[in-house]
Design a protein around this ligand. Sequence first.
Ligand code: 1HN
Length: 348
Amino acid sequence: MQNTTPTSQQPNPRQAYYDRIAKDHMTPLWEVLGALVPKSPNSPAKPALWRYAELREQVMEAGRLITAEQAERRVLILENPGLQGQSAITQSLYAGLQLILPGEIAPAHRHTQSALRLVIDGEGAYTAVDGERTTMRRGDFIITPSWTFHDHGNLGDQPVVWLDGLDIPTVRFFDAGFAEHGQSAAQATIRPEGDALARYGNNMLPVDFYQAPSDPTRVFVYPYERTMASLDKIASGTPDPHLGYKLRYVNPATGASPMPTIGAFSQRLPAGFETRPYRSTDGTVYVCQEGEATVSVGDTEWQLQRDDIFVVPSWQPLKFLAKRDTTLFSFSDRPVLQSLGLWREARL
Ligand code: 1HN
């Protein structure tokens, strides 16, 4: 509001009123109504890209400055440039790049935040979830559901790097964060590797096993070779004009997303395919796992290369032009929006 009186000492009467009621913790709705109830989503998050070649160099430098044990988790947070200081890549999600060097252990802990890993680089590391280890291979999608104990180790001779995705801003929003350390750095192994996949992830379930729709899946690794086999098989059909060939990861016992707060997807765009513009209310983090493509997000355009990571905020128009067969992993808060009746998409 402009002060129209000539003397600047004399405050605008509305502003004087606002200042007075502010002392009693009140503030006028009419000054903020438009921003509170926008005509369409107007996220402060910005489209952003992280080139893997540069990320790798930076995270390797972190490996020379601090050990995994000192850090508890040696991670570079991918912070959205529109959300500085918030440790967030979208308003609801966190992403970071984690490095574990040969011989290191990232000690066991658990928290109410749910996490996913997408293995990017290197071989020989494992993640253990509630007493079962899984070897991390490039492209594997691994989850640690809320309140499950998890630790990581590297038994090989190479640095191993993965993308972490967590619902940290969501849990913070609800003030529902709890955490505790495990009894020992590495959890005792109580089941052989592959046990969960055999019981829950092979088109069968233990005979008396039932879950509620919001329960996380007992399958905690979705091997890349299975995902690629599905995409390879379906990619000879007719692609969706907006999405190419896109699948969602599920809890096979319920059909719901693997964890209640984060949805994950895998998508194939055949060489030469151009998607029609698309937008949705779930701000989404993408990894270009294979291939090469041009992507445009709103007014921004990038040439994607293998292992590049980018973020598409809510309601930003998105389109791809694949130069080669391209495989994209992505994750978002879609299951939360869907369960609240807030998920929308527009096929442009
Ligand atoms: C965490 O537990 C991991 O277990 C990675 O690897 C990143 C970021 C914030 C809070 C907990 C992990 C994390 C995290």
